[in-house]
Design a protein around this ligand. Structure first.
Ligand code: ZN
Length: 355
């Protein structure tokens, strides 16, 4: 009995040290192979990207200090965050004591619930507001995502039944397991807000390799949401940008598209070399910011013009032509997602006092 108690205590201590709630693993964590690839960006700084073995959706960044670990964004579900912490043990035995949510979106903050109460979850005040009282899960972006999972499962089942090639069938079966695990984890979702908030900036002071390390958390203005923060490491010249700046385009469903380019101007003032985006691979090419600003300005101008002509949001979503940006972004032809156009129409109406 004493030995059992000792063993149990060891397990509880292990979970406590990792900063995870001392509870059973959440549903939907099973997967084959590694769920994350940890790309080393600098000593003690990693960019974690999903391999496809588990639904994780957004990227996270991992900052390993002398005594603790800071995780920037915690993925799409409790299962994804749980597995992140399990696999983090491959690169460090230090405890995760701090999580930063770059914004409230489900694919960056829906892992929050697995962390113990003594883990600081830091985010903008707006991020807390949205993750409190179920507001975030009422937003169209999340509703669309959640509604898509059963459809994805049914579709995969049909394709598996119709697939004659064994290799392709096995690949589809793997995708089905990933989708089913995601569904199981989404069923356990309890949106959990940051327990530490900021309005404009906060700096964490840590030690790394015996020297001081600053981790700045900065709100630079409204952009992808009303509460995006970036995590900036001035010594390493690295910035984690969430979805304010990704490797490609970024969704606009909760955005202030008219303010976004100005916020990116503020980002450009920071002295960084490497961007760790919320989606896609890390990059150094700052001209991506210029291209994205130009795209956003054109989206705003084009959609505003169509609205002024009395064109419906549905029609504007088909007609808005951004093909002139196709050299820099995956744009096949005219059209902008309806969710983006609806948001822009809404922002214009609110600005015009027709709220
Ligand atoms: Zn987002």
């Amino acid at each position: 009995m004493a030995r059992l108690t000792l063993a149990l205590s060891a397990v509880l201590i292990a979970f406590t040290v990792a900063g995870v709630q001392s509870q059973r693993p959440p549903a939907g964590t099973s997967h084959q192979g590694k769920a994350y690839r940890f790309n080393k960006v600098a000593d003690g700084v990693y960019h974690a990207i999903g391999t496809g073995a588990l639904a994780v959706v957004g990227n996270s960044s991992v900052i390993v200090n002398d005594d603790d670990v800071i995780v920037v964004d915690d993925h799409v579900s409790p299962a994804a965050a749980w597995v992140l912490l399990q696999e983090l043990k491959d690169i460090t035995s230090k405890p995760v004591r701090t999580v930063v949510n770059t914004h409230f979106h489900f694919d960056h903050a829906h892992g929050n619930q697995i962390f113990d109460k003594d883990v600081a979850i830091i985010g903008h005040e707006f991020t807390r507001e949205m993750l409190t009282g179920g507001k975030s899960i009422e937003m169209p972006l999340f509703k669309n995502y959640l509604a898509g999972i059963p459809r994805q499962i049914e579709d995969l089942k049909k394709r598996i039944a119709a697939e004659p090639d064994r290799g392709k069938k096995s690949e589809l079966e793997k995708q089905l397991r990933v989708a089913e695990n995601n569904s199981a984890s989404q069923a356990e979702l309890k949106p959990t807000p940051p327990n530490v908030t900021l309005q404009t900036r906060m700096t964490l002071h840590r030690r790394f390799a015996g020297t001081d390390r600053e981790i700045q958390i900065r709100f630079l203005g409204r952009a992808h949401t009303a509460g995006d923060v970036v995590v900036y490491l001035p010594n390493e010249k690295i910035v984690c940008t969430g979805d304010m700046l990704t490797a490609g385009l970024s969704n606009m469903s909760d955005a202030f598209v008219n303010e976004w380019p100005g916020t990116l101007d503020e980002l450009k003032k920071l002295d960084f070399v490497t961007v760790l985006p919320g989606h896609g691979d890390a990059f150094n090419d700052r001209s991506k910011i210029d291209y994205f600003q130009a795209y956003l300005r054109d989206v705003w101008t084009e959609v505003t013009r169509l609205k002024q002509q009395g064109v419906s949001a549905e029609e504007a979503a088909k007609r808005a032509d951004l093909t002139r940006h196709k050299d820099h972004f995956p744009i096949q032809g005219p059209g902008v997602p309806l969710i983006a156009v609806a948001r822009i129409y809404d922002v214009i109406d609110r600005a015009g006092g027709r709220d």
